[in-house]
Each structure stands twice: as structure tokens, then as C-alpha cells.
Write a protein that binds this ligand. Structure first.
Ligand SMILES: Nc1nc2c(c(=O)[nH]1)N[C@H]1C(S)=C(S)[C@@H](COP(=O)(O)O)O[C@H]1N2
Ligand SMILES: [Mo]
Length: 376
């Protein structure tokens, strides 16, 4: 018995040339997103043998802004790519051909991991965690799965990609009169590029001030918050309630130093213009004043090349402690900040003292700090 033939899709919009062009755009977004994400991962989880430089001071602000923009732009590109190739996905694979099986499997893995990656990434920028697994580790593992599946996909499709890399004349199927096939390839490319650009521009405003007013996709406006800076987690949410009169700040090194808040204020103060650059993509520059961490290291007799563990009054959670690698601890811009934009730190910004360092993810700019520990 003969099965009915599957529906044929002869529209020029489902042509491999279209898949190749949109695939290139999506590929570029994925590569940029992967590299900036990998950099962010290295900063947050630095292997002991690696030195990540603390300069340029604004580098992370740029890379993480680009990470979130490229990830967001990848969403319409992925949808467009899927739409272009969907007739292929419904074609019955020849189960005996190993190549075709591998191809289908790699596409299944690729599409599902990309969809999940983009979804949890976007939802993370909204600070919504509707899942039981740790976000960052999952996001990172999925990235490698995507890279693997992408290599298989590219290897399988290489002949098709080669054949369609350059432009070929658009051929309309004979059965359809020209005027009934609405959208042309060029029209589709313009639509997809337009959608990607729109999504990119409305996301970018959270880190690039000139675009701030059109940042409708940005959950946080960079300049709204106490002292002209957004707050990611308030003191109340972190369970921190301010300090009492006998509050002390401790530096635990070869010598143990202890200061009251007034004594901290009387140590030599320095200034640094540094951004908070949140992993969620928003960033905002600010002016900070406080004591150089390297001065404190010198005062306690810490050996050169020491790392510093930063301890918050916030108990538990991912944010209660952080570590400054040697390069960051020694950087003259790294401060135990007491003041922000000309006035004492607001409680929500980390009063009485917080860490601010160049080229660092916001999650590591620990607030409500009461203790520094020298790690040899
Ligand atoms: N102790 C503590 N420090 C913290 C946080 C926190 O929740 N607890 N949030 C971090 C995050 S994710 C960011 S982006 C910055 C934000 O600083 P801000 O609220 O002063 O803008 O603080 C960081 N420091
Ligand atoms: Mo953050």
C-alpha cells in the first residue's frame, strides 16, 4: 500500500538558502553569547591556576551587557530559523541511515537545549527562579551541550551550508503564480533582522543610558533607586537591619585589626568611579569613596599576592561571602566603600561598608561587609 505523500513546502522561504542566512545570524549571536558567558563564568568561578586581570575596569559591564543582548536577540532568530526549516522536521527520517538519525538527534538536543537556555536566561534577568536547580551551573552546563550539538549539526549540514552560502536567484515554484507568494526572501530577512534589532535595542537601554527610555524589555532602569543606583536585593530581603553602637569591622590577617565605623571613616579615603554591572545585564556607573583594600592588607601585614575573603553581615545564601583574587585585592580601585555618589551608603546599598572592585560581576560586589579575611 502506498502512503499519501507528505505535504510539500515549495515556498522560497523554506529554502536552505534562507536557513543558511538566518543560521549565520543565529550562529553569530550564539558565539557572542557563549564567549561573553564563558568570561562571566571565569570571573565568578576562577580556577586557582588562572589570573583574570582586574582591568579594563568597565570590561565586565560591556561583556555582560552584550551577553544579555545577544541572548535576547537569539530568541527571534531561533524562532525564525525553526520556522524556515520546520517542514524538514516533519519529514520522516530514514531510520536505517545512521547519518540521518544522528542529525535528527543532534537537532532535537540543539533545539531543546537552546530553547531552555534562552528561557532560563531571560527569566533570570527578571529575577524569577521557578526551578529547583541552581541557575548558574545549569546555564553553564547547557551552554556546553549546545556547543556540542552545534558542532554535530554544522558537520552534518556542511554540504548544504556550502551550497547555499552565496546568494542564488530566488526561484518561485512553478505551480504558484508569483503574486500569490506574499513574502519574498529579502522581505523575510528584513522582517527577522528588524525583529532582532528591536529586541536588541529595547534590551540595551539597561546598560547604555542613551537607550534608557526605550528599554521596555529591561526589567531594571539603571538610574532608578536610592542614590541614583538600582537595588538588586534590599537589606530587608537579605535580613540585614543596620548596626548598633558597638559594631566593629575586622580585618583578619597576620595581625588582626578591629575598627569602629568612625575609625574606618578616619582612615585615608580614596575615590573610584566604578559601575555595578549585574549578571542580569543592567549596569550603572557610580562614584564610590572608601578605604583601599590594599591599604588594609598592608596595615595587617598581609604578604604580597594575598587573596581576600569578604564576609557580609548577611547570613547564608549565595551572596553572604565572596573572594577577591590577588589581582583584584591589590588593585588601587578596589575599595571598602563607605560612601556612594557623595553621601553615606544607603542601607540598601550596603551600609555601613561594601566592596566595590573594577571589572567584576555585581554578585561579587558584596554589601553589608563586616569582615575581611586574608587568604594566603
Ligand atoms: N550581601 C549581599 N551583597 C550583594 C547582594 C546580596 O544580595 N547580598 N547582591 C549583589 C548583586 S546581585 C548586585 S547586582 C549588587 C547590587 O548592588 P546595589 O544593590 O547596591 O546596586 O550587589 C551585590 N551584593
Ligand atoms: Mo546582580
Amino acid at each position: 500500500m502506498k502512503l499519501p505523500a507528505p505535504p510539500t513546502f515549495s515556498s522560497p522561504l523554506h529554502h536552505p538558502r534562507v536557513a543558511t542566512v538566518i543560521g549565520r545570524w543565529l550562529g553569530a549571536a550564539v558565539v557572542i553569547c557563549f564567549l561573553t558567558g564563558f568570561y562571566s563564568h571565569l570571573l565568578q568561578d576562577t580556577p586557582s591556576w588562572l589570573t583574570v586581570p582586574s582591568r579594563p575596569a568597565n570590561l565586565y559591564r560591556v561583556t555582560q551587557g552584550v551577553h544579555v543582548i545577544s541572548g535576547t536577540v537569539a530568541v527571534p532568530l531561533l524562532l525564525a530559523k525553526l520556522w524556515t526549516v520546520y517542514p524538514k522536521l516533519f519529514a520522516k527520517p530514514d531510520l536505517k541511515a545512521i547519518g540521518q538519525l544522528v542529525e535528527r538527534l543532534s537537532i532535537l538536543v540543539l533545539v531543546s537545549s537552546m530553547a531552555l537556555e534562552l528561557f532560563i536566561g531571560f527569566v533570570n534577568t527578571l529575577q524569577w527562579y521557578p526551578w529547583p536547580f541552581p541557575f548558574r551551573q545549569t546555564h553553564y552546563a547547557l551552554a556546553w551541550i549546545i556547543v556540542g550539538a552545534l558542532f554535530v549539526h554544522l558537520a552534518v549540514k556542511l554540504p548544504l551550508i556550502r551550497a547555499n552560502w552565496r546568494r542564488t536567484p530566488e526561484r518561485r515554484p512553478e505551480s504558484l503564480p508569483a503574486e500569490t507568494t506574499g513574502l519574498t526572501r529579502r522581505g523575510l530577512f528584513r522582517t527577522v533582522a528588524g525583529a532582532a534589532a528591536l529586541v536588541g535595542i529595547t534590551t540595551a537601554g539597561q546598560s547604555a543610558t542613551p537607550l534608557g527610555s526605550v528599554a521596555v524589555l529591561a526589567p531594571r532602569k539603571p538610574n532608578i533607586g536610592p542614590q541614583g543606583l538600582p537595588v538588586n536585593r534590599t537589606a530587608a530581603a537579605a535580613g540585614v537591619g543596620g548596626i548598633d553602637a558597638d559594631w566593629r569591622f575586622t580585618v583578619a590577617g597576620p595581625r588582626v585589626l578591629s575598627y569602629s565605623l568612625d575609625e574606618l571613616r578616619n582612615l585615608p579615603q580614596s575615590r573610584a568611579e566604578l559601575p555595578i554591572a549585574c549578571v542580569e545585564g543592567w549596569s550603572q556607573g557610580a562614584s564610590w569613596e572608601g578605604i583601599r583594600v590594599r591599604d588594609l592588607l598592608e596595615l595587617c601585614g598581609a604578604p604580597a599576592g594575598s587573596r581576600v575573603r569578604v564576609v557580609s553581615m548577611e547570613k547564608g545564601g549565595f551572596y553572604g561571602t565572596s573572594e577577591l583574587p590577588a589581582d583584584f585585592a591589590a588593585d588601587p580601585l578596589t575599595l571598602l566603600a563607605l560612601r556612594l555618589n557623595g553621601s553615606e551608603l544607603a542601607l540598601d546599598h550596603g551600609f555601613p561598608a561594601r566592596i566595590i572592585a573594577p571589572n567584576r560581576p555585581g554578585v561579587l560586589q558584596t554589601k553589608w561587609v563586616h569582615r575581611l579575611e586574608v587568604v594566603a
